[in-house]
Design a protein around this ligand. Structure first.
Ligand SMILES: CC(=O)N[C@H]1[C@@H](OP(=O)(O)OP(=O)(O)OC[C@H]2O[C@@H](n3ccc(=O)[nH]c3=O)[C@H](O)[C@@H]2O)O[C@H](CO)[C@@H](O)[C@@H]1O[C@H](C)C(=O)N[C@@H](C)C(=O)N[C@H](CCC(=O)O)C(=O)O
Ligand SMILES: Nc1ncnc2c1ncn2[C@@H]1O[C@H](COP(=O)(O)OP(=O)(O)OP(=O)(O)O)[C@@H](O)[C@H]1O
Length: 515
């Protein structure tokens, strides 16, 4: 993290009616709400969470070098009171703050001097597609010479230099410090995933989001939200009708209507669709000013192509991305960037250079006349089915699948993955996928036991050989789904963790076959 000496907790707290003696405002660094992240000099915000009372971590924060503590209290009368807490070497000042948990996003924003106000924030929410959309938005912006960062499941930072973070949407203090860092680094555009948990827990102020994007809603996270109603309402909190936030909504998702009901006017709302015509989308009594639809969708082994018809004009979009769902993701991204004023043709040109998220439906080939390999992380029956269906959309002559199952893990999925592979692929190759302490042949036998036709699969346990043999046997119009490893760069056999990078293997295979 960069220079933080310029920030002042005295000025920040003054905004919340707390007069801190400026003498206490010395040597402060970051403000953090997790004792495990406290570094010497940091300010620790001890808030009440869903599981723990942050107060119990004050001692740990002081031991880690916290220089000031903000304590969440529920009695308004105590707001602003100063206390001294005895640390191992010296006393540490602590300020009581009424309802700090609910206000922490605002306090952190104030402390870091509202970095978001001079940046453009794209916030993506929805059950599926958040990671993909953030990646696509950032990649397009980079192509348009607008340096962009992402925050999400894959980490935080510029697309090619991500740092791992604990949550999809970081906590309120980390989020603001990341934004401040990006601003300092000249990354003035940020595409961030906004989870329903983050919205419910007020990790961010939705008001700061310039373009709020909704991908889709399906059943998920009911353990936390309790009901679909609560889950959709949590996601809906991203959308605020504040006069400047722009909305991008999936016109094919039935949830969209309920979000639109919250909007007083249709200004700066874009609806996108990949199943309806522009007329259908418009004829609905929608509160939207702009529309974007995809038609004539073609799925080739080399990627996707479709016509875009919109209130900004028409264009043909061609992209190397694989998977029908990426049409929707691209429409969401195009909508977000169009409403921000980027020209349609420039965006269509940028789409030509998009890259898949590493190891997620990532396509490789040497040229249009070669077999296409698709590396995907799918390692459950459900994910394998989705990945195979996505490949099938691209109309390969033969669809091959190379897959295995992990050892020392759920054995029940082995026959299920076999059934899915048999149902959706034409040719099956069973191989190793982290056999761990189990006998690889025994795992393969368990998989074969799930096949209706036991001779339908070839077994090549050594995965490198399975991949290379399959790619060399497959025809030019075939597609080979390499399922299970994705972005991982190792294979666990016995106690050993062996180097195995499937993406590198496949890239190398095609670069050799090009020579
Ligand atoms: C249930 C839940 O969502 N909890 C999140 C929430 O924590 P909380 O406020 O409930 O905190 P808590 O665990 O009760 O602890 C109270 C306070 O003590 C602090 N603490 C806790 C332990 C410790 O050793 N020291 C310490 O200081 C905590 O940082 C917190 O400030 O806020 C914290 C950030 O401020 C999150 O890190 C934490 O995520 C936990 C780790 C988690 O697993 N969350 C998942 C369910 C989640 O949020 N997932 C979504 C993605 C979902 C998806 O789309 O797939 C996400 O955005 O990551
Ligand atoms: N728009 C979409 N509609 C339906 N499925 C999608 C869409 N985009 C991606 N997917 C599928 O969902 C999987 C996860 O995609 P992605 O990582 O972009 O979503 P996410 O919302 O970030 O989910 P997660 O938080 O679980 O990573 C992909 O591998 C793909 O199979």
């Amino acid at each position: 993290m960069g220079d933080v000496t310029a920030y002042s907790i005295t000025s920040a707290l003054a905004k919340f009616k707390i007069a801190l003696d400026p003498k206490l405002d010395v040597g402060k660094k970051h403000i953090v709400n997790d004792s495990r992240q406290v570094k010497p000099g940091d300010i620790f915000a001890a808030v009440r969470g869903t599981l723990e009372q942050g107060h119990v971590f004050i001692e740990a924060a002081i031991a880690a070098g916290a220089s000031l503590i903000l304590i969440d209290i529920d009695d308004e009368a105590g707001h602003g009171q100063l206390r001294w807490l005895q640390g191992p070497n010296h006393a540490v000042a602590a300020i009581e703050f009424y309802n700090l948990g609910q206000q922490l996003a605002a306090v952190a924003s104030e402390y870091y001097r509202h970095p978001a106000t001079s940046m453009t924030l794209y916030g993506v929410t929805g059950t599926n597609g958040k990671t993909s959309c953030c990646q696509l938005i950032a990649q397009m912006l980079n192509t348009l010479c607008k340096p962009a960062a992402i925050i999400g499941t894959l980490g935080a930072g510029p697309v090619d230099d991500l740092v791992t973070i604990n949550n999809t949407t970081p906590g309120p203090t980390m989020l603001q410090s990341l934004l401040a860092q990006f601003k300092q680094d000249g990354l003035h555009n940020v595409a961030m995933e906004v989870s329903s948990h983050a919205l419910e827990q007020k990790r961010l102020l939705p008001d700061l989001i310039d373009v709020a994007i909704f991908t889709n809603l399906s059943r998920d996270h009911l353990d936390y939200h309790g009901s679909m109603q609560a889950y959709s309402e949590a996601k809906g909190k991203l959308f605020v009708d504040n006069g400047h936030q722009r909305w991008v909504l999936n016109g094919d998702d039935k949830q969209t209507k309920s979000y639109l009901r919250q909007r007083a006017d249709k200004n700066s709302v874009v609806l996108f669709s990949s199943t309806q015509s522009l007329q259908q989308l418009r004829s609905d009594d929608t509160k939207a000013e702009h529309f974007l639809v995809a038609s004539n969708i073609e799925c080739h082994p080399q990627g996707l192509a479709f016509d875009v018809c919109s209130t900004w004009g028409d264009v043909k979009v061609t992209t190397p991305l694989i998977g029908r769902f990426n049409v929707d993701n691209l429409l969401a991204c195009l909508s977000a960037l169009l409403i921000q004023g980027y020209p349609l043709q420039d965006l269509a040109d940028a789409a030509l250079h998009l890259q898949a998220v590493a190891g997620r439906m990532e396509a490789f080939s040497s040229d249009a006349a070669s077999v296409t390999a698709v590396v995907d992380y799918a390692h459950t029956p459900d994910a394998l089915e989705n990945a195979l269906k996505a490949c099938r959309y691209h109309n390969p002559e033969n669809l091959w699948v190379v897959f295995g199952c992990g050892g020392d893990r759920d054995t029940g999925k082995r026959p299920l993955m076999a059934q899915v592979a048999e149902q959706y692929a034409d040719r099956l190759v069973i191989t190793n996928d982290n056999p761990r302490s189990e006998d690889p042949q025994a795992i393969a036998d368990d998989i074969v036991a799930g096949l209706a036709d036991k001779s339908a699969a070839k077994i090549i346990l050594e995965r490198r050989q399975a991949v290379v043999d399959t790619l060399s046997q497959a025809g030019a119009q075939d597609m080979v789904l390499l399922a299970g490893k994705g972005h991982e760069d190792y294979m666990i056999i016995g106690e050993q963790r062996i180097d195995y990078d499937e993406r590198a293997l496949v890239a190398d295979y095609f670069s050799r076959s090009n020579r």
